[in-house]
Design a protein around this ligand. Structure first.
Ligand code: ADP
Length: 377
């Protein structure tokens, strides 16, 4: 027999599942949104993931369906379950990654520490929250946001008028999420895998650096993270993975506050940018671990290869010429850096690849990763 995994979505996360699938002899198939996407190499089908018939036809060829993104609509996910398809993560868990208000509500029920928040239906309610939280707050669209799109720092209830108007037009209606503006020292991320049989495996907590709302770098482990911080982060991720019934990889994005608390920012139920370091820095990469978890295979060890691993994103790529032209010089100058390219055309701000470097000295490892990434600017 051969294990067969179907990935809905043809982006770079699906692409990076292909290498470990090949190594493990797993038959991986991708339902891509269009021709020529990052995961085109394994795209057996091109179609609309919002169409239940399309996804059902794709699912018939595989043992389990998983995802490159969290946007597959709930009715489509339920149609898969009704047809007897194994879906990981399942719709009940994915719902909390699809809707930030649902996530906040559920995390509150579980007693997980998070920023003060409220669901607000109009400018007056938003203004009231702002007034109660020092004159500023963070407003978020509950659905469809990514890379900082759908996140706005506001001082006046009127500053989200366009989003309230858009929700009023949306058949699903609903509220905006507002959160206290967290005074954080830095952002962290905790990766955990959980399989349907309930086995879990946590990775070392990492520090992430965002620029313009986009992840720019990750350092593993988070510098200065003692055993206590590492344990608290891992325990929070375990509580969330179990409490939400997540299967596959879960990334928990965290704020480390200036008064030393860890608060959950948001959740991703798939391999995540903050976990790309594991490809070259841990015994089992997040992509292999995701495949193991969704197939309910035993999970792999997450032990790091080296004291430090740094991941630097290649954002945008060169203004002229392709990424490939830059590869020889980057390789020549930085033979220890691991280059990962997503097969995408350069475009300002777009995630087109990343560099991993690992080693004994954090300064040297960070330099290596940043300098190698700079070859692709
Ligand atoms: P997205 O879903 O677009 O990634 P996030 O909710 O992760 O949006 O927010 C993007 C970034 O905005 C975060 O990484 C963080 O830097 C900042 N941010 C989000 N929420 C808050 C908050 N409550 N307080 C302070 N900064 C925040």
């Amino acid at each position: 027999m051969t294990y067969r995994v179907g990935v809905v979505g043809g982006g770079q996360l699906a692409r990076m599942m292909i290498a470990p699938a090949v190594e493990l002899g797993i038959d991986i198939r991708v339902l891509a949104e269009a021709e020529g996407m990052s995961a085109a190499l394994a795209a057996t089908q091109v179609g609309d993931y919002r169409d239940a018939d399309t996804v059902l036809a794709f699912a018939r060829e595989v043992d389990v369906v998983t995802f490159d993104h969290e946007h597959v609509p709930q009715p489509v996910l339920h149609a898969l379950l009704e047809a007897g398809v194994a879906v990981h993560p399942g719709p009940a868990a994915l719902e909390f990654a699809q809707d930030k208000i649902r996530m906040r509500t559920r995390l509150a029920e579980l007693g997980v520490p998070q920023p003060d928040w409220a669901a607000v239906s109009d400018a007056d309610a938003l203004q009231q929250f702002i007034d109660e939280h020092g004159g500023r707050a963070v407003v978020k669209t509950p659905r469809g946001g990514y890379d900082g799109k759908g996140v706005r720092v506001v001082e006046h209830g009127t500053e989200a008028a366009d989003w309230f108007a858009a929700l009023a037009e949306d058949a699903r209606g609903g509220d905006l999420l507002v959160e206290e503006l967290v005074d954080f020292r830095r952002e962290l991320a905790q990766q955990i895998a959980r399989s349907p049989r309930g086995e879990v495996a946590t990775y070392p907590v990492v520090e992430t650096v965002q620029r313009d709302g986009v992840c720019a770098e990750a350092v593993a482990p988070a510098p200065g993270a003692g055993a206590r911080l590492a344990d608290v982060a891992a325990d929070m991720a375990r509580d969330i993975a179990n409490g939400l019934g997540v299967t596959g990889m879960l990334a928990v994005e965290l704020f480390e506050t200036t008064d030393d608390r860890l608060l959950v920012n948001e959740l991703a139920m798939r391999p995540h940018n903050s976990g790309h370091w594991t490809q070259d820095g841990a015994l089992t990469s997040q992509f292999e671990q995701h495949l193991r978890a969704v197939l309910d295979l035993p999970l792999g060890l997450t032990t790091p290869h080296a004291p430090w691993t740094v991941m630097v994103n290649i954002l945008g790529g060169p203004a002229e010429g392709g990424l490939a032209e830059r590869v020889p010089a980057a390789m020549s100058a930085h033979p220890a850096a691991k280059i990962h390219l997503y097969g995408k055309d350069p475009r300002p701000g777009r995630k087109v690849g990343h560099i991993n470097a690992a080693g004994e000295e954090l300064d040297e490892v960070a330099y290596e990763a940043r300098a190698a990434a700079a070859h692709f600017d």
